[in-house]
Design a protein around this ligand. Sequence first.
Ligand code: AQP
Length: 332
Amino acid sequence: MTRIFSGIKPTGHLTLGNYLGAVRQWVDTDQHRAEALFCVVDLHALTVEHDPARVRRLSRQAATLLLAAGLDPAHCTVFVQSHVDEHTRLAYLLECTATDGEMRRMIQYKEKAARERATGGSVRLSLLTYPVLMAADILAYGADEVPVGDDQAQHVELTRDLAARFNQRYGHAFTVPRAVLPTVAARVMDLQDPTSKMGKSHAETSGIVYLLDEPDVVHKKVMRAVTDSGSEVTYDREGQPGVTNLLEILAACTHRSPVELAASYASYGALKRDTADAVVELLRPVRERHARLCADPGHVDEVLRAGAEQARSLARPTVDAAYRAIGLMPPL
Ligand code: AQP
């Protein structure tokens, strides 16, 4: 059976980008067609300046939101990365096969390191090695597929390289996985800056729709979205990035084609109104289920405890075998 692994980082409140780019396909298809594991990758949240209490709070919120979005523990495994030691155990072995040049080429590293430096911060070593830990997350489970948004595709490519290199040097230890991207909304852009990705950790929040935003807040953010000069509604990422972003969001919400939608709008105002309504309707059940789950924290705890146990039992044999393959002596 196909195995799927994917994760979400508790660096902020989950956004519409996270939902359309990743979580929705985990819920709608992945958990039903494969053996699927979904992880709150909390160790990755420590790669940038962080507040410990906030990371803890956001980790729980992310797990709760994944369940609210529709992940069903009867169909998939939901857990927290730091609860399963195999991730960091394997990351070290992979660090011994990766090069610093490979790490420095990663686009997310370059962008995030530049952001840290611009705000006077220093760049943590873990930000540089983050893609290796992500590779370990995936390879520990022998995942065949990794459903992600477009921004993570380069990291999955690196994971493939590391797996193939390890297999070639030390004997077959890992499945070489492949990224699976959604066909629409693989990169949802910031509503106020449609040339940059909607990211949950960004400081400027007016262009970001969060999954738990109230309907009136969603309306306000979408209606104030930056559109382009001109008045025609055209699906053109280069020429009309703002309008194209709205078309992609509306298309993803309504399961229609963005090109077809573009032809049915004569004004930006109508497009914005319909997009706002569609997003509100899309998120309504998630917000309602989230409120119910918050009233029953014991249930979330139990899901995460059982999830970690299941994840550990799947990862340990693969990671132990990799330790032997690379030349480490078994414990006596
Ligand atoms: N804007 C986006 N459009 C489509 N997909 C997106 N994803 C993230 N942003 C968008 C996808 O969501 C999944 C979880 O992402 P993550 O938490 O692992 O980290 P990220 O990719 O770095 O997401 P963020 O929200 O931008 O976080 P910060 O601001 O901390 O960097 C991934 O599959 C991702 O592709």
